[in-house]
Design a protein around this ligand. Structure first.
Ligand SMILES: N[C@@H](CCC(=O)N[C@@H](CS)C(=O)NCC(=O)O)C(=O)O
Length: 210
């Protein structure tokens, strides 16, 4: 199994899920700026035309893209996709993908998004986070136990650090994030990817440089 990833991006959720179920994979790093595979220099767009991660290549050679599909595939290899909670899984995975990842955080990291677009996304996120706060009050996980939905949510909430988005107005969301960030599968995934992220940032041409 190959996992194509960008350091500390949403593909981290799949690494967390793999850690959680004790499976290894061949992790293939993509360079965010050039869209080349870091090790070989090959063009990642030959694998995913949009250049997006994650993509999982299964052992029989099938390519799976989109977080929800990749996480379902990995979750079902272990016990992170409980069939009896499938509706809840889809609900929270979709909420995380659309309302938080695409709706709130993607514009914050988009160099072409204006300050007004970024501010609008932040305002629009408030009722979404209120909703998440109400759900997480008194709960350890999104559903009955740790699932791929938690692997995805902790990954996306971690983006708040990179764009100075303050989670403290939602104390149960913040507590959930801080607690899950210490979970061994999550902490180990971050420990591997953080140095790769720092190296990737160092490779990027500095703004204004020739
Ligand atoms: N709809 C996709 C979105 C994935 C996505 O936005 N991936 C980001 C990293 S978090 C990415 O690959 N960004 C690179 C780019 O936009 O060029 C999914 O859920 O898998």
């Amino acid at each position: 199994m190959d996992l194509y990833f960008l350091p500390m991006a949403c593909s981290l959720a799949t690494r967390i899920a793999l850690n959680e179920i004790g499976e290894d994979a061949h992790f293939v790093e993509v360079d965010a700026a050039t869209k080349q595979l870091v090790a070989s220099g090959a063009d990642y767009r030959d694998i995913h035309p949009l250049g997006l991660v994650p993509v999982l290549r299964t052992d029989d050679g099938a390519l799976i893209s989109e977080n929800l599909a990749v996480l379902r595939h990995v979750g079902q290899r272990g016990d992170l996709w409980p069939a009896e909670q499938e509706t809840g899984l889809l609900q929270w995975l979709s909420f995380t993908a659309t309302e938080l990842h695409a709706g709130l955080f993607a514009p914050q990291f988009d160099a072409t998004a204006s300050a007004e677009v970024k501010a609008h996304a932040r305002r629009r996120a408030k009722p979404r986070l209120d909703h998440l706060q109400r759900h997480l009050e008194g709960r350890a996980f999104l559903l009955d136990g740790f699932t791929v939905a938690d692997a995805f949510l902790v990954t996306v909430l971690n983006f708040s650090r990179g764009c100075a988005f303050d989670l403290s107005p939602w104390p149960d969301v913040l507590r959930y994030y801080q607690r899950l960030a210490k979970r061994p599968s999550v902490a180990a995934a971050m420990a591997v990817e953080l140095p790769l992220y720092v190296a990737e940032q160092a490779r990027r041409p500095k703004e204004g440089a020739a």
